[in-house]
Design a protein around this ligand. Structure first.
Ligand code: PLP
Length: 467
């Protein structure tokens, strides 16, 4: 089989999911025309030394610089980064953050176990202050997947149960905890197993593509018809199982799909009625991305445990946090969060400074304003572009769902993949989700002018594709 046919065969086997695949023929065509000799040499060496894996290696190109909203490759080509793995809320290389972490390196660069330190305590207190309700006791780790594991262990300990309910199509990390509760074959099937036992799944909310078959009204729910069956199904499973420790979910799905109104109140009530905790994974969406500091604030629901990571380290330092209600602190005689960098002062200072930057620069308000502006412009674009089936999102988590036909809603995945590479050629980087959704996740520092620049490119790419 030649390379193209093999790539196509592999592509056909990969279910649409979390991100665009690096096996697409469009990727190969892009590589050959857009990477300079230095980049090509680095890519070849990268492929030689790294394990290959879907979504990442082989890579697209080589980055030489990341600053503010921009990344720059080895040939000096600049890309406005509307992806950023959701780490770049404050923009890449924020000068105030760099100054703070340099200062921290000069002051106290590490604290071994048994010793506490000021930045770690300050960060824990700050998170307790800004998170909703009585969320107030924390553990830190270096990545989201680890913090998800900690949350699962706390839920088990506090409830004396081990089962979880989570959602198909969700992603919660690549550790065994995260991939067991996650809902995508790419991460949890085949060699990933055996998975954690007791990890039950239900179909998620997805009004435009309701898994229960109900019609939508303009991308939102028709509640008279569906009676929010997606929330009822969580209650149903909690009742049938009878001993579930926790429901764990992203409060806004990363596609991005937004829940129907009242969804989280209904699930919160079902959890309370059946003795299950509610865990919100706000790893990509927390810290202002949706136009509120925490996604849960949109819905007036306080989870028992919240998990943060990604942008918490300001796009420079890896750090994650599990923040729980104080009465869940029941494991004094165990070591569930025993990680080497559990109270690393350097990581903590980076996170603390990141939170201060978000507050001092009014970035949550900016995300709300610019996100609303972008969504409004996209709704207008939908009127002109038959390829756009639906626009979804909240704040600066924005989805443009492409379809070959608005009636059948067949996913226009090939068009989405072509548009991804055409946009890159014009200097805009974003990812696709579920195959056919152009997913825009720019930093909170994005201005209306930046949004216009990016949407003009998408507009032109849609014109090209429809022509
Ligand atoms: C919703 C969600 N949960 C968990 C994770 C895992 O975080 P990490 O990659 O830091 O382990 C991610 C990462 O993309 C995520 O998007």
């Amino acid at each position: 089989m030649n390379h193209e046919r093999r790539a196509k065969a592999q592509l056909d086997k990969v279910p649409p999911g979390e991100g665009d695949t690096n096996l697409s023929p469009n990727r190969k065509a892009w590589d050959s025309g857009n990477v300079d000799a230095a980049g090509r040499a680095l890519l070849a060496e990268d492929e030689r030394v790294f394990f290959r894996q879907s979504l990442s290696t082989p890579c697209l190109s080589a980055v030489a610089k990341a600053e503010g909203l921009w990344i720059e490759d080895t040939a000096g080509r600049r890309y406005m980064d509307f992806h950023g793995n959701n780490v770049h809320h404050i923009g890449y290389g924020h000068p105030r953050l760099i100054a703070a972490i340099k200062d921290q390196l000069d002051t106290l660069s590490f604290a071994p176990r048994r010793f506490t330190n000021q930045p770690a305590v300050d960060l824990a207190r700050k998170l307790a202050d800004i998170t909703p309700g009585d969320l107030g006791k924390v553990l830190f780790a270096t990545g989201g997947s680890d913090a998800i594991d900690i949350a699962l262990k706390v839920a088990r300990a506090a409830t004396g149960r081990f089962k979880t309910v989570s959602f198909w199509d969700s992603f919660h990390g690549a550790g065994f905890g995260g991939l067991s509760i996650g809902g995508e074959a790419l991460f949890r099937s085949g060699p990933a197993g055996p998975l954690l036992s007791g990890t039950e799944h239900v179909a998620p909310f997805a009004c435009y593509r309701c898994p229960y078959g109900y019609p939508d009204i303009d991308g939102g729910p028709d509640l008279d018809l569906c009676k929010m069956t997606c929330a009822d199904m969580v209650r149903y499973v909690l009742e049938k199982e009878g001993d579930v420790a926790a429901v764990i979910a992203e409060p806004v799905r990363s596609v991005p799909y937004v829940p129907p109104p009242g969804y989280w109140q209904a699930v919160r009530q079902a959890c309370d009625d059946h003795g299950a905790l509610l865990i919100f994974d706000e790893i990509p969406s927390g810290l202002g991305k949706t136009g509120r500091m925490f996604v849960s604030e949109h819905f007036g629901v306080v989870p028992d445990i919240m998990v943060l990571a990604k942008a918490l380290g300001g796009g420079i330092v890896p750090i994650s946090a599990m923040i729980a209600r104080p009465h869940l602190d029941v494991l004094a005689d165990r070591a569930i969060g025993h990680y080497t960098h559990e109270k690393n002062p350097f990581m903590a200072r980076a996170a603390l400074t990141t939170l201060e930057i978000i507050e001092d620069e009014g970035l949550v308000e900016q995300a709300a304003r610019v996100g609303a502006y972008g969504l409004e412009r996209l709704h207008a674009m939908r009127d002109r572009h038959p390829l756009i089936g639906d626009i979804s999102g909240l704040g600066l988590l924005i989805g443009i769902e492409l379809v070959t036909d608005r009636d059948t809603r067949e996913r226009a995945s090939e068009a989405a993949d072509r548009i991804l590479y055409r946009a890159l050629e014009r200097g805009l980087s974003f990812k696709t989700t579920m195959g056919n959704v152009l997913t825009l996740t720019p930093p909170l520092t994005t201005t209306e002018a930046d949004m216009d620049w990016a949407l003009d490119i998408i507009d032109a790419c849609l014109d090209d594709e429809e022509r």
